[in-house]
Design a protein around this ligand. Structure first.
Ligand SMILES: [Zn+2]
Length: 206
């Protein structure tokens, strides 16, 4: 139900060089890029993500279900500004998962287990790129809800379920609705209008 992100952002060598030249550790460069080149690279990354990622990197629900996707820094840029432009730190999340009462600026790296190489950091949550959700979550589909549970006492699974409220009735119902729509579409292709109607009807509300 929640799938690992398998796509890669791809920038040219010249673009990567420009990113590595900015002092990202000073912070603030994401919201106010230091020059037009960095602004353009940021736009390019958003376009690439929007082209390949249709579901939230945390809850697995379609991005348009709850809101348009927001570019999310898995390790928050306020706490780890040096990872502001690290490609594997960026994915689209829905507003429901990303807003301040859920993830917001909360720490996602294990205390004392930060590494200057991003991929060698130890993360508290199920990382969208590095972790296989199937090793951390279990699912029970009872037709009206798809319930989520921690698999094998996974600390990361437990952390993510709590942080994102993945086990709320709204999430459980929204997940089931999404799967039922996919099943309907598989049985009989829907028109765009039918799909929109179904989506609107089954859309969950916080
Ligand atoms: Zn989400």
């Amino acid at each position: 139900m929640i799938r690992r992100a398998i796509y890669n952002l791809s920038l040219t060598k010249a673009e990567l060089k420009q990113l590595s030249a900015i002092k990202a550790w000073e912070g603030g460069h994401w919201d106010t890029p230091p020059n037009a080149n960095i602004s353009a690279i940021k736009d390019k990354m958003r376009q690439q993500l929007e082209a390949v990622q249709t579901v939230c990197c945390y809850c697995g629900l379609k991005l348009k279900t709850t809101s348009n996707g927001e570019i999310e820094h898995v390790a928050p840029k306020s706490k780890h500004p040096e990872f502001t432009f690290t490609l594997k730190n960026l994915a689209l999340a829905c507003h429901y998962c990303n807003f301040s009462e859920k993830k917001g600026k909360k720490e996602t790296i294990v205390a004392g287990r930060k590494h200057k190489t991003y991929s060698k950091c130890e993360f508290l949550l199920v990382h969208p790129y590095f972790d296989d959700p199937n090793l951390h979550y279990e699912w029970t589909d009872n037709a009206v809800e798809i319930l989520i549970q921690v698999r094998d006492n996974s600390p990361k699974g437990s952390f993510s379920i709590t942080m994102f409220g993945l086990d709320t009735p709204q999430m459980n119902e929204a997940r089931a609705a999404q799967v039922r729509i996919e099943e309907l579409k598989a049985a009989k292709p829907l028109s765009v209008a039918d799909e929109q109607l179904l989506s609107d009807t089954m859309n969950y509300k916080e």
